[in-house]
Design a protein around this ligand. Structure first.
Ligand SMILES: [Mg+2]
Length: 382
């Protein structure tokens, strides 16, 4: 079999889909995107795909190594997201060719289903208690929220109190056993992260996420000294070589590689299995589209340490176009008792609605994250 051709589709709300075609009529889908840089990743995908036309799509490890190692400069969000989407599409082709779900080809399922969580509160979190209760009534058992809005290096305790009030409102409405992940989103700097971590402990969250930016991961040790809340991070880390240092240091409890940013199924399976040896859990990052989510579930299925899956149904970014719109059978992503079943259909386990993809790609998107500023006019972390 040979890779013959490919197409790219920029679709709303903020995604990029890749269709890889073979000379035997089998094709596969991937989602190579970095939020806010879809066009840049698209260019990287074009550069990479043009070098592997004619390759055997079954040789995924060989192609992965060619895309990663044959480039003198490597890694980072753009190149690793491009590889990720290509890798997903190749796995989809392999699964369809063998009429098997990808998890079968990765060694087989270690679980039948996985817990999922939904987002509440949006970029500027508010009304999270009512939003969480609504989701709880729909059968969701865990949510994630942004902790804060802009936060200065040293900021007011009033802002800390606002965070506590919001988390408290979820506890009041949803009870003590409802899962709450609190995403610091890299908005906090070390000093405020320590205060937040200690003050949030009373609410027993599932985890705090990106308490500091990944480039400041050496501070996770300091933050871990102030709390027993599990520390999650990893959505802005892109390879085994970045995760090995995090795991070696020993202060992360949950890693969150993104199947569309960290080299795809091939790389994330290795990253998560490496974490298993450090007794660290995985919760793959996925505020993205249906192809990315399908890829996550295939890897979750085979990893003993995958504990919960992020998913974007109803997330604040997806207004107007959501994940179920782009697939033929939305029941694949049906959440029951807070969990989703691992799909057993061939390949990624979804049928992409290609007519709809083509129609929406005519609209496209130019999604960018907002630029936030502090009151003094300086740039704030978003
Ligand atoms: Mg996050």
């Amino acid at each position: 079999m040979k890779i013959k051709d490919y197409e790219l589709f920029t679709v709303p709300p903020r995604w990029l889909f890749l269709k890889v075609k073979t000379d035997q009529g089998v094709s596969g889908w991937g989602e190579p995107v970095i939020e806010g840089k879809a066009a840049t990743v698209k260019t990287a995908v074009i550069e990479m795909m043009d070098t592997i036309i004619g390759n055997n799509p079954m040789e995924i490890e060989g192609i992965w190594n060619e895309l990663y190692r044959a480039g003198f400069y490597r890694g980072g969000p753009i190149l690793m997201s491009a590889i990720a989407g290509i890798d997903q599409a190749l796995w989809d082709i392999k699964g369809k060719y063998y009429d098997a779900p990808i998890h079968d080809l990765l060694g087989g399922k270690a679980r039948e289903s996985i817990k999922v969580y939904s987002w509440v509160g949006g970029d500027r979190p508010q009304d999270v208690g009512d939003a969480a209760l609504k989701l709880k009534n729909e059968g969701i058992s865990a949510v994630k929220m942004n902790a804060t809005e802009e936060l200065q290096y040293i900021d007011s305790y009033g802002k800390i109190d606002e965070v506590l009030a919001r988390v408290s409102s979820i506890r009041e409405k949803c009870g003590k056993d409802f899962g709450v992940g609190i995403d610091f989103h890299g908005r906090a700097h070390k000093a405020m992260a320590k205060i937040l971590a200690r003050e949030l402990e009373q609410f027993r969250p599932m985890f705090i996420e990106e308490p500091v930016l990944p480039e400041n991961n050496e501070h996770l040790k300091d933050i871990a000294m102030h709390t027993s809340i599990p520390i999650a991070t990893g959505e802005r880390m892109y390879s085994r070589w970045q995760f090995k240092n995090l795991l070696h240091d020993g202060y992360a409890d949950i890693i969150q590689p993104d199947l569309s940013h960290a080299g795809g199924i091939t790389e994330c399976k290795k990253i998560i299995s490496m974490a298993e040896a450090y007794d660290v859990a995985a919760a793959p990052h996925c505020p993205l589209g249906p192809i990315a989510l399908a890829a996550c579930l295939q890897v979750d299925a085979t990893c003993h340490n995958a504990v919960i899956q992020e998913q974007s149904l109803g997330i604040h970014y997806n207004k107007g176009n959501d994940i179920l719109d782009y697939i033929e059978d939305p029941s694949v992503f049906e959440y029951k008792d807070g969990k989703v079943q691992i799909p057993d259909q061939p390949g990624l386990g979804i049928d992409v609605n290609e007519d709809y993809v083509r129609e929406r790609s005519r609209a496209g998107h130019n999604w960018k994250n907002p630029v936030w500023k502090h009151e003094d006019g300086s740039i704030a972390e978003w």
